[in-house]
Structure formats: C-alpha cells, structure tokens
Design a protein around this ligand. Structure first.
Ligand SMILES: [Zn+2]
Length: 283
C-alpha cells in the first residue's frame, strides 16, 4: 500500500480564493463593455481551476462577479456542485468609490440574488474589485453588515492598492449594526514594505520558496494564509487588454507558472473555504 505524501500540518486554516471574472475585467475603474460570447474565456479557465482543485482535494472560495454569472448561468452551479463556496465580487467590477453607497448596495443585492438563484444560497462574503474599499468608502462596511455579509476580504495591506499599514491577519471591523470580519490576503513583510506574495504578479514572480515560507510563518503564528487567483492567470497566452507597460506587467507578468505553483502549495498545506475560516477566526 502506498503511503500518502506527508502534508505540512497547518496551525490555522488557509484559503484559496478565486475572483471569478473574465480576461477583460482586469485593471479597470468602471464596468467593462460587453464582449461577444465566443471571446469569453472564463468558463474554460474555471474548468482548469476546478480540475486542479479536484486533483488536490481542496475546497476553495469563488468571489463571483454577478454580471459574469448572469452571462453564463452554468458557471455558478458547476462550481457549487464541486463543493466550493460561492461568494460575491459585486456585479459590474466598478471600483467601490465610483459606485457610491446606493449603487454599491444595489450591486450587492443584485449579485446576491443571482448567486442565490443559481446556487441555492446567498453569499456569506464579499471582495471589492481591485481591493477598492478603504478610506474613500466609509459607508461600505455598514452596508455589507446590513446586507448579511459574514466576512469581507477587500482590504489589502499593500502600498498603492491598499493600506500599507493595515493588519495582516483577520480582524473585526465594527459598524452600528454589528461587526464584520475582515480577512486580508497574504503579504510578506520586508524592509521595503509588504510584498504581494498572496496573489497576482507577486505570486507569479517571487521565488516559490518565499511564498512557502510566508505561508508557514503565518501558520506558525496561528494565522491563516489567504491566496487569490483570477481565471485568466490559468492561460499563459490568453487575450490581453491594451494597458500601460506597468499595468501590463502587473496584470500579466510571467503568467504561465500560476497553476504549477498552486498545485505545489495546495498539496503541501491545508485549505478550507473563507466561510469556514471566518467561523474559525470568530470562534
Ligand atoms: Zn476583480
């Protein structure tokens, strides 16, 4: 009988999160224009992610963009049937400060209704497009609490895209109606500031050994490591938006290695869904 590969026992649950959007939703401040069905890539790339997750026996959390779920009503049922958590990424992928409180609530409700109709239950969590909650959206947490969110994962402790001095472990944000658990993605502290090792270009560019050590250090300290991925990162030569050189590097960089890196980490560490992580952190 073959012995299974030894797994590193994590001190805290980790989570793999997928921002379920298409290739044309990257680096934009407003809603993306409609793209013909034959140019969409999200279904095939999601199937690749689901196959990887099944191989590694990991349950992940998908932050679903409502407009994408609406365009392809087979996506959410396919993901939910595989046992993964369906959470919300808003509807149009417009940055939260541009939406304002009324539209923000409207998008939350619309996406929650689509997810509930397609998966059988409303989302328990939320992630804003491009980590766009912060000092410019003081109204957001109260709205999320009122709309029934158990947790949020929109605050990234990074310079430029988030709050560089923000907490790196889950923390509660109080509102008048109660608190919401904020679950930030993994970063790696360094002398020049926090490095984005939990996803995006940092996940694809930094040495895998650094990402492994960062996860282990968090787990050893009793904290979870939260990784994030976009379906477009599963194909090295997929379509690209016409972006500035810097934006292009941040969005595409060395994209081909994301799946191989994930497979290694999914096999080595323990993972649960974000909802399970939120319940663990709140216990
Ligand atoms: Zn997004």
């Amino acid at each position: 009988m073959n012995n299974p590969e030894p797994r590193t026992k994590a001190a805290a649950p980790n989570a793999l999160t997928v921002d379920l959007e298409d290739w044309y939703h990257g680096c934009c401040s407003a809603a993306a224009p409609p793209v013909p069905a034959e140019q969409r890539r999200v279904r095939r790339n999601t199937e690749s992610i689901l196959s990887l997750l099944a191989d590694c026996r990991v349950q992940a959390t998908f932050f679903v963009l409502g407009s994408v779920a609406e365009q392809d009503p087979f996506l959410v049922p396919m993901i939910a049937a595989a046992g993964h958590e369906i959470s919300s990424h808003g509807y149009s992928h417009t940055l939260a400060p541009l939406l304002g409180p009324e539209k923000f609530r409207e998008e939350l409700r619309l996406t929650a209704a689509i997810i509930a109709a397609q998966s059988g239950s409303p989302p328990a969590g939320f992630r804003a497009p491009q980590w766009s909650l912060g000092s410019a959206t003081p109204w957001a947490m109260e709205i999320l609490q009122q709309e029934g969110c158990l947790y949020d994962s929109s605050y990234n402790p990074l310079p430029f895209v988030g709050n560089r001095r923000g907490p790196c472990a889950p923390f509660a944000i109080g509102t008048r109606g109660g608190s919401i658990l904020e679950i930030p993605p993994m970063v790696t502290p360094s002398p020049i500031g926090n490095l984005p090792t939990g996803g995006g270009w940092g996940f694809r560019c930094f040495p895998l050994s650094l990402i492994r050590r960062s996860m282990q250090a968090l787990n050893d300290a009793g904290a979870p490591a939260v990784l994030y991925l976009h379906p477009r990162e599963m194909e090295a030569f997929g379509p690209r938006l016409p972006l500035s050189p810097l934006q292009s590097f941040l969005s595409y960089g060395p994209r081909s290695d994301a799946a191989g890196r994930l497979r290694e980490l999914l096999s080595r560490f323990s993972f649960q869904t974000m909802k399970e992580l939120a319940l663990w952190a709140s216990a």
